[in-house]
Design a protein around this ligand. Structure first.
Ligand SMILES: Cc1ncc(COP(=O)(O)O)c(C=O)c1O
Length: 491
């Protein structure tokens, strides 16, 4: 077993220490020795100088060196042997022997579950997921972050002890109360605050519905096309997910029953603003869907993801508000009205399901974030939420107008345009197949994001459409971006 000649080690360590850095010297020394071990400069079994000797060579206090050694021992990098000194641990391989983590490549399918296989088998699309014209993303530059931060700070200071634990009640009660009022007024959702559960995103709401209302292998229906990751969440929960076509009135209820297939347990739909086609579900179709759900004992999951931004004067009320037989579960999110990284959303469940859902939410996900939820209740209560929505509705309406004009100017009547009465995107469909993959790749090279309609389809289909988001592109950039899009399509 070799003993270190201490001077080269001291030189190496000295080169990695900076007395001017903000990080404490003890932490720097710990990191320097650890790195030397990982790099194989120090090898297993090698003896280190005593803390006294090393402190003197590095001109550090002995306590600094001792603390660094203690930390390395606690993590197993070093081992102290009574009476004989401190040695590099035997159980740690050097980084030369450790292959780098395979972040860039997809792991071999044999190591993964079938569910993971479904999750990873995505069509190519998510090129350049930012800016013009990435769909579904709100513009956060106008969000009143200073007010929001102040409200969070106040709650964090005043109520930290009260709000820092897990939550077992389905979410902060005053938030559920203001939400119930807001949903009643703005979306005609009929609910008691106890029917509301606060979640960390629509995906969690969907996951909870799948786990509570269906078993692995049960059939569930989604719209075709639909939000891809919503479908994947249900598949990952073990459901067999079938797509049902959408026509000009919404999901085609008369195509839900397929001979030889069991009745579905769940149907996921976006009645206010079909995602991604942008069509509102007609009133007759809503009643047909509710009648089907009642007759078949099916649960309807209504994803009302962006209807706060609506531009027509007479919006249809939420499906939930039309339901007299407790078949609808209503989902909403703050990702579009506030900002996506907030991770706050909610579901409104029939009162008969609420107690069970509360228990499951607690057992499955251990919710918390109560300071955030309290700040959000204050934000809504004080009127900031309504003001922000009003302001953004005006901005988005103008953007949609500019986008429509630019499309008209550069593309003319080439495609059929849908959506536009609400939300943050327009959908363009051509009558013939396109080289849409090529467009998307060329657009990405120009910093433009062209999302293919085919991305949202479960059934492979020739690309004939694009979904253009106007939420995250500045109004003054829209016309130039459409001109660029024309060039890309012509290239
Ligand atoms: C159809 C649909 N539902 C819901 C959401 C919001 O999801 P989350 O609440 O997880 O941010 C999105 C976001 O893009 C969406 O496209």
């Amino acid at each position: 077993m070799s003993t270190l000649v201490s001077t080269p080690l001291a030189d190496l360590l000295l080169a990695r220490l900076s007395r001017d850095a903000a990080q404490p010297l003890q932490r720097q020394l710990y990191a320097a020795i650890r790195q030397a071990i990982l790099d194989g400069v120090l090898v297993a079994g090698q003896r280190l100088p005593s803390t006294r000797a090393l402190a003197s060579e590095l001109q550090l206090s002995r306590i600094t060196v001792t603390l660094a050694f203690d930390q390395l021992q606690a993590e197993g990098y070093l081992q102290a042997r009574h009476g004989s000194g401190t040695f590099v641990g035997h159980s740690l391989p050097s980084s030369r022997q450790v292959p780098p983590p395979a972040t860039a490549s997809v792991p071999p399918q044999t190591m993964l579950s079938q569910r993971a296989g479904q999750l990873l088998a995505r069509p190519k699309t998510m090129l350049a997921p930012a800016g013009a014209f990435v769909p579904g993303v709100a513009d956060t530059r106008h969000f009143p972050f200073a007010i929001w931060q102040r409200l969070q700070n106040r709650r964090g200071k005043q109520d930290a002890a009260l709000l820092s634990g897990y939550d077992t009640s389905g979410g902060y009660a005053p938030l559920r109360r203001v939400l119930a009022d807001y949903l009643q007024v703005s979306r005609a959702v009929r609910c008691h605050p106890d029917q509301i559960l606060i979640t960390t995103g629509t995906r969690q709401s969907l996951d909870l519905c799948a786990r509570m209302l269906a078993d692995a292998g049960d059939r569930a229906l989604v719209e075709e096309p639909c939000n891809t990751s919503s479908r994947l969440v249900w598949q990952a929960a073990g459901l067999v997910v079938d797509g049902v076509p959408v026509d000009q009135e919404g999901i085609c209820c008369d195509q839900m029953a397929v001979s030889g297939h069991p009745a579905p347990k769940l149907v996921l739909t976006t009645p206010a603003h079909q995602y991604p086609l942008g069509i509102p579900m007609s009133l007759p179709r809503r009643h047909q869907l509710l009648a089907y759900a009642r007759a078949q004992g099916v649960w309807i999951v209504e994803d009302d993801y962006d209807s706060e931004f609506r531009y027509d004067s007479k919006p249809l009320p939420a499906l939930q508000g039309l339901d007299d037989h407790e078949r609808v579960i209503y989902l909403g999110t703050f990702s579009k009205v506030m900002y996506p990284g907030l991770r706050l959303s909610y579901l409104v469940v029939p009162s008969s399901l609420a107690p069970a859902f509360r228990v499951a939410l607690t057992q499955l996900y251990r919710p918390g974030q109560l300071v955030l939820q309290a700040a959000l209740a204050d934000f809504i209560d004080a009127g900031y939420f309504a003001t922000h929505i009003r302001r953004m509705r005006g901005i988005y309406a103008e953007r949609q107008q500019v986008l429509r004009q630019a499309l008209q100017q550069h593309f003319g009547p080439e495609f059929v345009l849908s959506g536009g009465h609400a939300g943050l995107h327009l959908t363009l469909q051509w009558q013939h197949p396109l080289d849409a993959d090529g467009w998307a790749v060329r657009a990405a090279a120009q910093g433009l994001s062209l999302r293919l309609l085919s991305y949202y389809r479960q059934q492979a289909q020739d690309g004939n459409g694009l979904v253009l988001g106007y939420g995250a592109v500045a109004t003054e950039d829209i016309t130039d971006s459409v001109r660029l899009m024309r060039d890309v399509c012509d290239a």
